[in-house]
Write a protein that binds this ligand. Structure first.
Ligand SMILES: [Cu+2]
Length: 295
């Protein structure tokens, strides 16, 4: 091994770093925003990950690109080094091999660098995890929308406790869950039989729903459209067709749907909903609130 070899190896690793940056950038470029969201299980598109449709999904996407950028030097670097070494130090070019025993500084170096990279990866990843975990503050005049979801073999039961609406998405897509655009959605998930997981890739949301527990998730849909997901926990015979369908519509349409489903608006929201839907629409208001019988 002479000076030229050392120079070439340094060049190879610089090249590997550049290739990794290109790969991370390519990930963002070729998986970019599109006009219409693509349901994840539909025919192939040129895009290889689903278009993000919530701020959570955007953070996940950015973190993925960053992770690719910092780990791919360790794919390209050793691969190119190996090819170089095979070419340069084969019998034809290097008939008398060196005998090298060990190199302590080199070993310390290639142990420390990956350790540092792990930290560089972990810091933004934990930031994203924390973001997914903490529901943001509401803007003035805004409210959040609570949806209870129950996984069942093999469909999804949803309820909006505030409006008294209950509906089932049976996996065919005929009766999708409807959610309001640009509003914070709080989900409480549980299961009535075995473990399931509610997973909509475009939302960046995947959380286990487990019998006897209530698991929370939040997201704010930022794109109108029809989104598909599926149960992500092997849960039995028909697990593979336990699809999830979500339609994201403007807030006014959401309330039209709630009313269509037989929902009732609590009195304190009557004015708000009436402003959204226009004065001509009659709002079914829940006049009585059921109380436990007092002694
Ligand atoms: Cu399931």
């Amino acid at each position: 091994m002479n000076k030229a070899d050392i120079r070439n190896l340094i060049l190879i690793w610089v090249g590997a770093l550049l290739l990794a940056v290109l790969t991370g950038w390519g990930f963002l470029m070729w998986a970019p925003a599109m006009d219409a969201p693509v349901p994840v299980f539909e025919a192939p598109t040129t895009h290889w990950v689903t278009d993000p449709a919530t701020s959570v999904a955007e953070q996940v996407r950015r973190n993925t690109a960053w992770t690719i950028t910092v780990i791919f030097p360790f794919l390209y670097g050793p691969l190119l080094t190996l090819l170089y070494v095979v070419w340069r130090f084969g019998k034809a070019r290097n008939p008398v091999p060196d005998s090298v025993e060990e190199n302590v500084p080199l070993e310390v170096f290639w142990t420390l660098i990956p350790a540092v990279v792990l930290v560089v990866m972990a810091v933004p990843s934990f930031a994203v995890l924390q973001y997914m975990d903490r529901v943001p503050e509401l803007n003035p005049g805004e409210q959040d929308y609570v949806v209870d979801v129950t996984g069942r073999q093999f469909d999804w039961l949803y309820s909006f406790p505030k409006y008294g609406v209950e509906m089932v998405d049976d996996g065919t897509g005929d009766n999708p869950l409807v959610l309001p655009l640009n509003q914070i959605v709080l989900m409480n998930g549980t299961s009535s039989d075995v473990n399931h997981a509610w997973w909509v890739p475009a939302f960046g949301v995947k959380f286990d729903v487990i019998p006897g527990r209530i698991n929370p998730a939040w997201f704010r849909p930022t794109k109108e459209g029809f989104f598909k997901g599926q149960c992500a926990e092997l849960c039995g015979d028909l697990h593979a067709v336990m699809f999830i369908h979500v339609k994201v519509v403007p807030e006014a349409e959401f309330f039209e749907w709630i009313i269509e489903q037989g929902g009732e608006i609590p009195p304190e929201e009557e004015e708000f909903v009436s402003n959204l839907l226009g004065e001509d629409v009659e709002i079914p208001v829940r006049r009585e609130v059921a109380h436990a019988a007092a002694e």
